[in-house]
Design a protein. Structure first.
Length: 105
């Protein structure tokens, strides 16, 4: 299993949003859409999280033209591994819950 703590829901949806490269506003929109509106990232929160994820090597900021303020990001191989591990962890949680509930029914 993973060698990192469980991801927060916001971090999970940020990483999931970056399976395809996106800019900050696109990440905010995608995370909100994927989470059914539960995850609404403010700009300050998002960019703080993006900086942390870059520092961990999970995502990468793509080069931007000199005249652009737009910042695009993509998932790294390590980030993809972290995301896949989290999906497996969540699947195990759900499977265990369903198993116990079936036994109790």
């Amino acid at each position: 299993m993973p060698d990192h703590p469980a991801l927060t829901e916001a971090t999970y949806y940020i990483l999931l949003s970056l399976v395809q490269p996106r800019h900050g506003y696109g990440i905010m929109q995608r995370a909100e859409s994927l989470s059914g509106g539960r995850v609404r990232l403010a700009a300050g929160t998002l960019y703080g999280a993006l900086n942390t994820l870059c520092d961990k090597g999970w995502i990468l900021q793509l080069p931007a033209p000199d005249d652009s303020r737009r910042k695009d990001y993509k998932l790294t191989e390590l980030g993809l591994k972290v995301l896949k591990n989290e999906v497996a962890r969540l699947r195990e949680l759900a499977d265990n819950g369903e198993k116990i509930l079936r036994e109790e029914a």
